[in-house]
Design a protein around this ligand. Structure first.
Ligand code: FEO
Length: 399
């Protein structure tokens, strides 16, 4: 049965949520599921903004059929060709054989790559328009937010921006599809950050370029492909995006990540966190990298100004899960953080050297002294070192 909602005059939400999904992109934990937004514009012409994932396509087709109410589907704008939005294209073409697909040259090319079909297409470039009647869509390229073919679409008659993956979040929605209908900052901000950092985070330069383009538009409503729609206080999400895209930390505090085999490196992390608390640092976080899924760690690293990496030496390398975290941070272009280092090893300490080398390949990372070396477990010497590291960390946070 259909489940649709009018977003504003002539524009309907026809999306769906998937609460069974365990891993988005088969990579990122989605304990609260995932939502997919589609929008149907009912004007002189009908126009569908993007498709949906296979897993929820039955709901989507029920919704679309109801919203069209017997009308032909004239256009589908493919803003983004990732299959979570496009796997329904072959079925759409079967149901609506006169459908014209609108997208960038790369998007049309990717339809051929994925589905080995020719489509009746309209290729659009920067500032090209599509007349629907009372609504005219103007397209803006948004390459690498999140794939190279991405465009966003602006309806100037209503100030509506269809923003593709930008401004999305992990998590299924529950009827309250507008951000102003939920306690967004309390319940959703963390998942919006985790989504941005992991999915788009590598492409901060491109995201910043898109934000600059949007500043020239009178945007009154933001309609992303995932999670909540914004019709009020748009600056809440756009300001966060400015921080995330420029790798500017939201919080001046310390996040400690430890990779520990038998708990001794974890012990050092806990001791350090207590010393920081005693020095007046609030909101300190400690994570076991073997316990918490790495996408949450990446998100926290985007949030915090100051990071500590504490790792056991393992096979003369960085402990595996810590290596994964550091590599992920590098791959997501994280920059401009102050960093503390702790290593542990019972016979051949090498984690510090390897971590320092990896962090050295990232931009504008400030490595603090002292770096702490533990042989097996924390002793009085280590405690004195942790004291000094805590002071250096606290000083950097208070600057
Ligand atoms: Fe929601 Fe990049 O796909």
């Amino acid at each position: 049965m259909y489940n649709i909602r009018e977003v504003q005059k002539d524009i309907w939400w026809v999306g769906a949520s998937d609460r069974r999904l365990q891993l988005f992109e088969n990579a990122y934990a989605t304990p609260d599921g995932m939502s997919y937004n589609n929008y149907l514009i009912l004007d002189d012409k009908t126009c569908l903004m993007d498709g949906i994932d296979d897993a929820v396509s039955r709901q989507f087709f029920d919704n679309l059929t109801k919203a069209l109410d017997g009308r032909e589907l004239d256009y589908m704008v493919v803003q983004h060709m990732e299959p979570d939005h496009c796997s329904c294209i072959p079925e759409l073409l079967r149901r609506y054989p006169k459908l014209k697909i609108v997208g960038s040259q790369k998007a049309i090319q990717m339809i051929g790559q994925f589905y080995h079909i020719d489509v009746d297409s309209i290729v659009v470039k920067e500032k090209d328009t599509l007349e629907l009647g009372h609504h005219t869509l103007t397209f803006y390229t948004a390459a690498m937010v999140h794939w190279p073919e991405v465009i966003v679409s602006f309806d100037s008659s209503t100030g509506t921006l269809f923003s593709a993956d930008a401004f999305g979040a992990f998590g299924a929605m529950s009827g309250n599809i507008f951000a102003d209908e939920v306690d967004w900052e309390h319940d959703w901000k963390d998942e919006a950050r985790r989504y941005y950092a992991n999915i788009v985070g590598k492409y901060g330069v491109q995201t910043t370029a898109l934000l600059r383009k949007l500043e020239a538009l009178d945007v009154k409503m933001l309609l992303p492909l995932h999670a909540h729609l914004w019709r009020k206080d748009l600056n809440i999400i756009t300001d966060l995006y400015k921080s995330w895209a420029s790798y500017t930390p939201e919080k001046k505090s310390v996040a400690i990540f430890y990779g520990s085999v038998y708990g001794h490196t974890g012990n050092a992390a806990d001791i350090l966190s207590m010393k920081l608390a005693e020095l007046g640092i609030r909101d300190v976080k400690v994570y076991d990298v073997s316990k918490t899924e790495v996408s949450y760690l990446v998100s926290t690293a985007f949030e915090y100004s100051t990071l500590v990496f504490a790792s056991a030496t393992y096979n003369a390398e960085i402990f595996d899960n810590m290596h994964t975290l550091l590599t992920d941070l590098k791959n997501h272009n994280l920059s401009g953080r102050t960093v503390g280092i702790i290593e542990n090893g019972s016979w051949a300490l090498s984690a510090k050297k390897k971590m320092t080398e990896l962090l050295g390949t990232m931009k504008n990372m400030t490595l603090l002294e002292p770096m702490i070396s533990i042989t097996s477990s924390v002793d009085e010497n280590t405690l004195a070192g942790l004291d000094d590291l805590a002071k250096a960390l606290a000083e950097s946070v208070k600057v």
